[in-house]
Structures are given as structure tokens and as C-alpha cells.
Write a new protein. Structure first.
Length: 317
């Protein structure tokens, strides 16, 4: 078994309602522009490296925030290789029998979407290991996501590679792995992943039938635009679903009800998170809604929670 730490950089559309989405089979959250990876040695220290720039097909103009974060410009994008060739090179480098690890949940979802729009094989993806869960368990932190920078500071790892560069971040993540008890973390990873799902489902109550994590966005407004543009299908029959307006539950939690003519009602929950690095993402949970859940939703819908307005103050905090 080869353990590979992978990191991706991707470009975003200028707007969640951009016309390019009319030509795509899915609402593409990000188009990959760089793949970086590091194979871990038997003692979970950094080993062989892989890196390539990818020429985008759909989001060909650099989003200004991505450009600022990564340093990529349009000229560099033009000199990348096309995604199918990049994936072929990457999989040849990986070899058989691999387990992929990332810092967070974003990268796997982005990779799957890019494979889909290029009509490429996705069976090799499998489940990826979110190293944040192993890190949180070992250092006794809370369940909030920690940035890679935070983990490096915790272990007093000197930053020798560029941040927000795919290979640089993959290498830095591999250095964090070298400080973790990876054998123990991997042995208990299934339990950690299940615990994470239960935490996101707010504790007691029915188990969700589906769970996902959104892409990362630079602002809450961009996250909401993506949520509004997302296409929802029934998990049983695949029929397109319409849902009610989101009901605010406080603490960045929202819920909505969707109906399928064939398979009944579904309750959707999202919880938006504001991370240490200033970015936003959302955890999604889907439940099969019984009569009690529908009645509870209708009650909350009739009495929505009002947002508090922050008072402006000239006093410094």
C-alpha cells in the first residue's frame, strides 16, 4: 500500500451564475489548475514528488482572488497541459494500490467533478483520508477544521515551501504526517469519520442518509451563490427536486424541505463554517423526513429566527 498526500489548486468562475455553466453537465465548483503530490515512505516521511500545471478549458480567466492567493496568472495557465493528460501522468506516477490523503475534504470533491466533466474514469478515487481528523484526535483539539499553517506551527515545522502551491502544500502536509502517529490514526480513521458525521448532524436524532462537504469559498456571499445554483436530485430515483427557502436556525445553520413525487420528503441541513484562514465552506446533511420532521420544519418555517444586527461602535475591541 502506497500512501500519497495530494493537494490541488483550482480556478473558480467569476460568478456562480456565469454563462459557462449553461454548457456544463454539472455545476463545476472549481477547475483544477495544478496537481501536487508526495509519496510517503514506510515511516510516513516525505518521499517521491509529483507536480504539474493544468491548462483550464472552462474557467480560462483567472479569478482575481485565486490569482492573489496562488500567484497563477493567465500566461502560466496557458502553458499547462490538458487535464486528461495530467491525470494520465499522475496515475502512472502513483502506481497501483494507493491510498490518497488530503488536508480537508475539498480536494476529493473537486477531483471527482473534474473527472466527470472530462468524461474520465472515477473508480480509482475511492475514499480519501482527511488528515485534519487524525490531527484533531492526536492533539486533543476541538472538532473545527484547523488550517495546515496551524498544524505546522503546533509541531514547530519550518515553512520551506510556498503555501498555496499544490506541491508546496502537499510537501508541508507530508511533514505534518511525519509528526503524527499515522499508524494509529489510520487504524481508527473509520471511527473518526463516523464521529465527524454525527457531530455535523447535531447529535441525537435520525442518521443522515447522505453527507457532503462543499468546496471552499473566499466569502460567505460566494458560498451562498453556489448553494443557490446547486442542483438537487432525489437520492432514490434521481428526479430533480425543488426545495423551500432556507430557514435560519442560528449559528450559521439552515434547513430546507424538498419533495419527491415518488419517494416522499427529504430534510436538508447545512452548516456554514468560517475557518481560521478567512474562507467559508458548508457541511451538508440529507435526511429522509417523516411526519414529525416535516411538522417540526413547518413550525420553524412559520416562526423564522431573526438575525441580530451588530451594533456599530467606535470603541476598539
Amino acid at each position: 500500500m502506497t500512501h500519497i498526500v495530494i493537494d490541488l489548486e483550482w480556478n473558480q468562475a467569476m460568478s456562480a451564475k456565469a454563462s459557462v455553466f449553461n454548457h456544463l453537465p454539472i455545476h463545476l465548483r472549481g477547475e483544477i489548475i495544478q496537481i501536487g503530490a508526495v509519496k510517503l515512505s514506510d515511516d510516513f516521511t516525505p518521499g517521491e514528488e509529483f507536480q504539474c500545471d493544468v491548462k483550464p478549458v472552462w474557467f480560462r480567466k483567472m479569478h482575481h482572488k485565486v490569482k492573489k492567493l496562488t500567484g497563477f496568472d493567465n500566461d502560466r495557465l496557458a502553458h499547462g497541459i490538458l487535464f486528461p493528460e495530467a491525470i494520465e501522468q499522475f496515475l502512472d506516477w502513483c502506481g497501483p494500490d494507493c491510498t490518497f490523503m488530503t488536508w480537508g475534504y475539498d480536494d476529493r470533491g473537486i477531483m471527482e467533478q473534474n473527472l466527470i466533466i472530462h468524461d474520465l474514469e472515477i473508480d480509482w478515487l475511492g475514499d480519501w483520508i482527511n488528515l485534519q481528523l487524525i490531527y484533531n484526535r492526536e492533539v486533543g483539539g476541538d472538532r473545527n477544521q484547523k488550517s495546515l499553517e496551524t498544524a505546522m506551527e503546533h509541531f514547530e515545522i519550518e515553512q520551506t515551501r510556498s503555501a498555496h502551491d499544490a506541491l508546496g502544500d502537499a510537501y508541508n502536509t507530508a511533514l505534518v504526517c511525519a509528526h503524527l502517529n499515522m499508524r494509529d490514526g489510520l487504524e481508527h480513521y473509520g471511527q473518526l469519520a463516523q464521529k465527524h458525521i454525527k457531530n455535523e448532524s447535531c447529535g441525537s436524532g435520525p442518521e443522515p442518509i447522505a453527507q457532503a462537504v462543499s468546496d471552499t469559498f473566499y466569502t460567505r456571499e460566494e458560498l451562498w451563490q453556489a448553494e443557490d445554483a446547486a442542483v438537487l436530485r432525489c437520492p432514490d430515483c434521481g428526479q430533480l427536486l425543488d426545495h423551500t427557502k432556507w430557514v435560519n436556525q442560528g449559528d450559521h445553520r439552515y434547513m430546507a424541505l424538498a419533495e419527491c413525487e415518488t419517494d416522499g420528503a427529504f430534510l436538508m441541513r447545512i452548516r456554514m463554517r468560517h475557518e481560521e484562514d478567512g474562507t467559508w465552506h458548508a457541511n451538508h446533511l440529507l435526511y429522509r423526513a417523516d411526519e414529525a420532521m416535516v411538522a417540526s420544519f413547518r413550525e420553524k418555517q412559520a416562526h423564522p429566527r431573526r438575525r441580530r444586527r451588530r451594533r456599530r461602535s467606535s470603541r476598539s475591541e
